[in-house]
Design a protein around this ligand. Structure first.
Ligand code: FMN
Length: 359
């Protein structure tokens, strides 16, 4: 007997594999941002160094594979392929929401990846809605112990909860519930969106009560309203109407990086190493990648590694062409911000000049 959450996971997997689930008219805004080309970069491409660290664990590149699945046999294979690639490349990995396995311990093994990723920076994942509907420190501990995680991601998916028929759109008490977990768990916990983006003000509220990092997961990539609209038994047009809802990833990245001191992860529509270079130039410490790796994982770990290796080369070339050999240098490189992205910046009280300005 497949539980409801497990069935939902399979619906989501199929919707993401068989359809175009990315925003239709809204973009990340990275296309309106140009890094200033250095005709003579004064460094050797070989010198570009992508090493960084998060929560005390060294990473060879500033990349986290976003939480996507588990809770179903198909999800298990995907998690193993993603985790193995993360181990090979020494980058971070987060499993998908573990609610299904908290409800049904038989599903725990669909999240367990330590065997293939013994050294990987590995995160568990739960939804804020679960915290608001009764989950507490006990479930958070369970989620971490289940996979021997190094930390926990708590996702905000208000948009999706309003659209999915079985959604629980209750975000009352989120800060208190999060505070309780943060103070009792004693492990790194970060907050992430799921494609809607986060404002600086909301990121600050969570950081003030102890969030150890923020993943902005903005709009311009996978649309969860879209995924819900494509589910087999979807009967409303809500998903269609809200398909493009959210703050573009570039804007959310700049805004949150400006507002908080903890590490910022930029995700939502990060598709090339150039997107990553721009995200880091806007203040992000790392980038997160979801959908493209999800699709690659169906063909096995090799495809995931191949996709990521290309991405890493692009990232290095982007750094080289801006004359930056280290990620830290990239943060103060010059940017040209134009079009609707510039308008977004100004409407969010972000001065484009502060991000390298118009050169
Ligand atoms: C198939 C799929 C399942 C996802 N499941 C989760 C989840 O369980 N928990 C979560 O925090 N985010 C989940 N996400 C959201 C991603 O982690 C990420 O925030 C979002 O997809 C934006 O990145 P992208 O545009 O690179 O896909 C999921 C995304 C996809 C594509």
């Amino acid at each position: 007997m497949v539980n409801e959450t497990s069935k939902r996971k399979l619906d989501h997997i199929n919707a993401c594999l068989e359809n175009d689930v990315e925003t239709r008219y809204k973009t990340t805004g990275f296309e309106n941002i140009d890094l200033i080309h250095k005709a003579s970069p004064k460094i050797d491409l070989e010198e570009t160094n992508l090493e960084t660290a998060l929560f005390g664990k060294k990473l060879d590149a500033p990349i986290i594979i976003c939480p996507m699945t588990g809770g179903h046999e198909k999800g298990k294979k995907i998690n193993l392929a993603l985790a193995e690639a993360a181990q090979d490349l020494n980058i971070g990995f987060c499993v998908g929401s573990q609610r299904a396995a908290i409800e049904d311990p038989m599903l725990e093994e669909t999240y367990r990846v330590r065997e293939v990723a013994p050294d990987t920076l590995l995160f568990g994942n739960l939804g804020m809605t679960q915290l608001n509907c009764g989950y507490g420190t006990e479930e958070a501990k369970k989620a971490m112990e289940m996979i021997d995680a190094d930390g926990l991601g708590i996702h905000l998916n208000a948009l999706q909860e309003t659209i999915q028929p079985e959604g629980e759109a209750n975000f009352r008490g989120s800060l208190n519930n999060f505070n309780e977990i943060i103070s009792e768990l004693g492990e790194p916990v970060y907050i992430k969106e799921t494609g809607g983006g986060i404002t600086g003000a909301i990121a600050s509220e969570f950081v003030e009560i102890g969030a150890d990092a923020i993943d902005v997961s903005g709009a311009g990539g996978t649309s969860w309203a879209g995924v819900e609209a494509l589910r087999e038994d979807s009967t409303t047009k809500l998903g269609e109407v809200f398909w493009d809802w959210g703050i573009p990833t570039s804007v959310s990245t700049a805004e949150v990086s400006d507002a908080v001191e903890v590490p910022v992860i930029s995700s939502g529509g990060i598709r090339t190493g150039i997107d990553a270079v721009k995200a880091i130039a806007l203040g992000a410490d790392l980038v997160g990648i979801g959908l493209p790796l999800f699709r690659a994982s169906i063909q096995g770990k090799e495809k995931v590694t191949e996709w990521l290796n290309e991405f890493i080369i692009e990232l290095k070339i982007g750094m080289f062409l801006t004359g930056c050999s280290k990620l830290e240098e990239l943060k103060s490189t010059s940017l040209h911000i134009s079009g609707t992205t510039r308008e977004w910046f100004i409407s969010r009280n972000l001065d484009p000049e502060d991000f390298g300005g118009l050169v």
